[in-house]
Design a protein around this ligand. Structure first.
Ligand code: IPE
Ligand code: IPE
Ligand code: MG
Length: 246
């Protein structure tokens, strides 16, 4: 089989964001456009993840967070939920060796409770196998919601008897699923939607937002490159005034 030549993408003039987070949206519409069932879109989306993880390693991104299943997604039809769970289990079975070989360290954002126990075991096993890798941290937000995460953190802080006067933003952050990781610099959302959908609502307070019309299964290495280039054109002011403000 003829292998297509990988396009040369020069990142040397650019700063690569340390932490990129992606709302992988549009699988259903991708499938619909092809006259396929939504599940076919989810399968194509899972395939695409492999490409984007590879590209992230290639580009030198240190942390990649992907939104795979939200706490709100439980409201979808049962058949779609079970298809998503099957795909997730299959990805864990089939991709773990490749991920490990690439130096990917898997993290889970969200609650394992409420997920099928067999799938929970697969997740735990994948975390264990890859725990010492440090080339790319891959956070998989699965059964994740930003509000649920904040409540989880508050419950934990109350259980730990954190005193109100000791509560700082740093301490609060340390109770989130992303504890110890830098905040996302760049949040990409595929499929053209312009909303955050309960994703990293605390951590992304100052992230640069990059919406793109591509459906997730079509979002490739060159699109990720384009997002990094666009990120470099932003002026991150954090509420201050720019250096070149007159
Ligand atoms: C994203 O694609 C995957 C999940 C939310 C699990 P969607 O399934 O939301 O696809 P659209 O938005 O309906 O096209
Ligand atoms: C966000 O996409 C969740 C994931 C990508 C996992 P949704 O498709 O669930 O979000 P809404 O419904 O468009 O806000
Ligand atoms: Mg969607």
């Amino acid at each position: 089989m003829l292998k297509t030549q990988k396009k040369e993408l020069d990142l040397s003039p650019y700063v690569v964001p340390q932490h990129v987070a992606i709302i992988m949206d549009g699988n259903g519409r991708w499938a619909k456009r092809r006259g396929l069932p939504r599940q076919a879109g989810h399968r194509a989306g899972a395939e695409n993840l492999r490409r984007i993880v590879r590209a992230s390693v290639e580009f030198g991104i240190k942390v990649l967070t992907i939104y795979a299943f939200s706490t709100e997604n439980w409201g979808r039809p049962e058949s779609e939920i079970s298809a998503l769970m099957r795909i997730f289990a299959r990805v864990l079975d089939q991709e773990i060796d490749q991920l490990h070989a690439q130096g990917v360290c898997l993290h889970h954002l969200g609650e394992l409770q409420g997920i099928n126990p067999k799938l929970q075991d697969k997740v735990r096993r994948a975390l264990e196998i890859t725990k010492n890798n440090d080339r790319l941290i891959l956070n998989v937000a699965f059964n994740y919601g930003g509000r649920a995460e904040i409540l989880h953190a508050v419950r934990q802080m109350l259980a730990d008897n954190v005193r109100p006067e000791d509560l700082t933003e740093e301490l609060f952050s340390s109770y989130l699923f992303t504890s110890g990781l830098p905040d996302p610099d760049l949040v990409i959302r595929t499929s053209g939607e312009l909303r955050i959908s309960n994703f990293l609502i605390w951590q992304a307070a100052y992230a640069e937002y990059y919406p793109t019309p591509a459906y997730w299964p079509d979002f490739g290495r060159e699109d990720l490159y384009a997002a990094i280039v666009a990120f470099n054109q932003r002026d991150r002011r954090y509420g201050l005034v720019s250096d070149d403000a007159g």
